[in-house]
Ligand binder design. Structure first.
Ligand code: DP6
Length: 330
């Protein structure tokens, strides 16, 4: 009753920011993402009859709120398996956690895969995506590699709100240069930020109404490998999401000065003909999506931006999967 899984974060090019049902964590609109290969979460799960409570360690530390959240997530799988047994969970990331680098996406995707194997449930990828969604909406996408689309669905029970793979990682091997502008945890979680935006922004309905059109454009750009078109819709979706966040009352500002400086740097690179566009999530890090031949130039340029602490270069990667138990947690 044990297993170890690995998953990677994904970066949305058409953003998810809003829920239609909080209890089932159903998104108000679809989204489209790319799964990375250079950042990893490793999660080991061991069910143990001798345990009275779940024992959960994240990056070597125990945290009460996280333990409660993960306990509720484990209950979904225990209910499916018809068991009550508690688990040891050890999970580690080789990148900053809770800082806008999608650690909840890789975290819940890895956990879903590991628990499924440990309890011998043998759920299919669609069911695993729906279960991962219950932990974190973006985690539904990290079940798959490459280019992935998440459906909002329309059903009240959420059985049509899952991700599907659009294109494998190798079929269009774009690069992502991540400019890390702080390693601090964000002050407002995505869930809290989404609720606050829905409750207070005068533009929330317009934001949600615009997503299907962006999804059509992005899907078509991916299927024809049209980088210019993907760049236009990717930047537009990112900026529209940050605009609706900023229009909440009080406004949510996830950026810092280095975030803005990175955007300006990327705009100059574009003016010089470099194949690059930016996207930014609920944090101040900037992800520059590039054509493979331009990644080194983009990384060099972002390293010179004042306030950038580190620059990582990633390719596109596989979905969440079981790995040998011998590989310890990161
Ligand atoms: C800005 O998936 O972290 O990264 O479902 O509440 O856990 P919850 O939210 P989460 O939100 C991700 C928001 C985003 C955009 C995106 O990844 O699509």
């Amino acid at each position: 009753m044990h297993a170890t899984a690995q998953a990677q974060p994904n970066i949305a090019l058409v953003k998810y920011w809003g829920k239609r049902n909080a209890a089932l964590n159903l998104p108000a609109a679809g989204s489209l993402s790319i799964t990375l290969d250079a950042l990893h979460t490793r999660t080991r799960v061991r069910f143990d009859d001798a345990l009275a409570d779940d024992d959960i360690t994240l990056n070597g530390e125990r945290d009460e709120a996280q333990t409660r959240k993960i306990g509720v997530f484990l209950d979904l799988f225990r209910a499916r398996a018809g068991v009550a047994v508690r688990a040891h969970v050890e999970s580690g990331n080789d990148f900053p956690t809770g800082a806008g680098l999608a650690s909840s996406a890789s975290g819940f995707a890895a956990l879903a895969i590991a628990v499924d194997r440990a309890l011998e449930l043998h759920l299919d990828a669609r069911e695993l995506s729906m279960l991962a969604r219950r932990g974190s909406g973006s985690a539904a996408r990290s079940i798959f590699g490459g280019f992935v689309e998440m459906a909002a669905g329309t059903r009240d029970d959420g059985e049509d709100a899952f991700a599907i793979p659009l294109l494998g990682a190798g079929a269009w091997p774009l690069k992502v240069v991540v400019a890390i502008t702080t390693r601090k945890r964000k002050a407002i979680s995505s869930s809290a930020g989404m609720d606050h935006t829905r409750d207070t922004s005068p533009f929330y309905r317009d934001w949600i109404a615009g997503v299907p059109g962006d999804l059509d454009a992005a899907r078509s750009a991916v299927s024809t490998r049209d980088f210019e078109k993907l760049a236009q819709v990717g930047e537009a979706s990112c900026l529209a999401m940050h605009a609706v966040m900023m229009s909440a009352r009080p406004g949510l500002i996830y950026w810092n000065t280095a975030t803005v400086a990175c955007i300006q740097c990327i705009r100059s690179l574009q003016a010089d003909g470099t194949g690059v566009f930016f996207t930014i999530d609920a944090g101040p890090q900037v992800k520059a999506v590039c054509l493979p031949d331009d990644a080194a130039r983009v990384a060099d340029a972002l390293r010179t931006v004042i306030g950038v602490e580190d620059v990582l270069v990633s390719g596109l990667g596989e979905g969440a999967r079981i790995v040998e138990d011998a590989h310890a947690c990161a």
